[in-house]
Design a binder for this molecule. Structure first.
Ligand SMILES: [Mg+2]
Length: 398
């Protein structure tokens, strides 16, 4: 028996909880509408105006002039998320977090201790509310696919149970957009086939599906029948860890880019270290003023040291060449090829330097855990935000 727990409007709900004067107001968490910010969470009050996450902040402001913008505090949400995760672990060790605000729990083995799946889901909801003041929705079902659909059906404060004997009645009337892996493009293909509901999808035979949809045919064929055998995988290593930043104005200054790279490698390194993961691939991403996006990657010995990540990334940046005549609107730093194994033994000299660096990382991590990301700058990325050069045509000749 699987439970999918999904916090309702998580970031926005945390902000409203922390500041009760926001209760009843259309609150969004995200970037400022004067720049290129996007909404990362919208309260239910804001959603009434047609505002949803990933919408540009500017558009959200157009839809509702009384909207309250709040800058996101990711470290704070992560701390709340850890508290919620601790509640999950009181019931089962089989917890697979999908993001800060949702997770799958396999509670098949917990029946004798805590009761049935629906009982446990209710206990978890009650506990989350009591200990964090936040509301979660939950779906209880025989597998992950069904549990995830269920948690979303009656938000907010939903508790939806899928009876194993009644799966088809549960699925059939739903839109195929709820099926995992059906994005707008695949949905168009299905629309051409006259398929809009899961019932209609189920009525297609496998051959028809294969000739129209290709490789994913079997996947959709199974899901339409409520078949999903993927296990809940606790403590999964993510495939990549990355951070990116969109500038309020285009950047023409390599030094500013380098400074931001420092900030981003620090964020990425910190996340790797928090999960005790090592990365072998470092990837730089740049989006130019004409929206062309390039990526450059390099494979190195497995690391999670901020210094090594930064050195690799800034090498990639200088390999790309100078940017003085081409504005950069976004810079991103990604790591992939992740593993739990520590890098191979280094020479004594390297080892000493490495120990020193990991000590620096350790100290800065603990300061930031206590006081937030902005509390500490490592010299080279001081004040880079104010060193913007908005127009390259004025005084930018070498
Ligand atoms: Mg959520």
């Amino acid at each position: 028996m699987i439970i999918h727990v999904d916090m309702d409007a998580f970031y926005a709900s945390v902000e409203i909880r922390d500041n009760p004067t926001l209760i009843g107001k259309p609150v969004v968490v995200g970037g400022s509408p004067s720049g290129r910010g996007v909404i990362s969470a919208a309260s239910y009050e804001a959603r009434k105006f047609g505002i949803y996450s990933a919408m540009p902040s500017r558009e959200a402001l157009r839809k509702c002039s009384s909207i309250v913008f709040i800058k996101s505090r990711m470290a704070h949400y992560a701390a709340v998320s850890r508290k919620i995760r601790q509640i999950f672990f009181e019931f089962t060790s089989l917890v697979e977090p999908l993001s800060l605000d949702e997770a799958f729990l396999d509670v098949s083995g917990c029946k004798r201790l805590f009761g049935s799946g629906p009982d446990i889901a209710q206990q978890i909801k009650t506990k989350i509310l009591a200990e964090t003041g936040l509301i979660a929705s939950a779906g209880v079902a025989p597998n992950k696919f069904l549990a995830k659909i269920a948690s979303d059906l009656h938000k907010p404060d939903g508790l939806t149970i899928v009876d194993p004997a009644d799966i088809q009645n549960f699925l059939d009337p739903l839109s195929i957009s709820r099926v995992w892996g059906i994005g707008p493009k695949t949905q168009q293909k299905f629309t051409r086939l006259g398929v809009q509901t899961i019932l209609q999808l189920r009525q297609l035979d496998l051959e028809t599906l294969q000739s129209n949809i290709g490789d994913s045919a079997q996947h959709f064929y199974n899901l339409a029948r409520g078949i999903d055998s993927r296990p809940v995988v606790p403590d999964r290593i993510t495939k990549s860890v990355s951070h990116e930043h969109t500038f309020p104005v285009d950047i023409y200054d390599d030094e500013v880019l380098t400074a931001w790279l420092h900030e981003l490698t620090d964020l990425v390194g910190r996340r790797l270290r928090r999960h005790d993961i090592f990365a072998k691939t470092v990837q730089l991403k740049l989006r130019y003023d004409d929206f062309e996006t390039i990526t450059r990657r390099k494979t190195i010995a497995a690391t999670h040291s901020t210094k090594t990540l930064f050195e690799t990334a800034s090498q990639l940046l200088s390999d790309v060449g100078r940017h003085s005549r081409r504005g950069v609107r976004l810079i991103g730093l990604g790591t992939a090829n992740l593993s739990r194994s520590a890098p191979r033994q280094l020479s004594l000299f390297d080892q000493e330097d490495k120990n020193k660096q990991s000590r620096v990382d350790e100290i800065s991590d603990s300061i930031r855990d206590k006081f937030g990301q902005q509390s500490l700058n490592r010299g080279s990325n001081l004040e880079h935000e104010i060193r913007l050069r908005p127009d390259p045509r004025i005084g930018n000749e070498e």
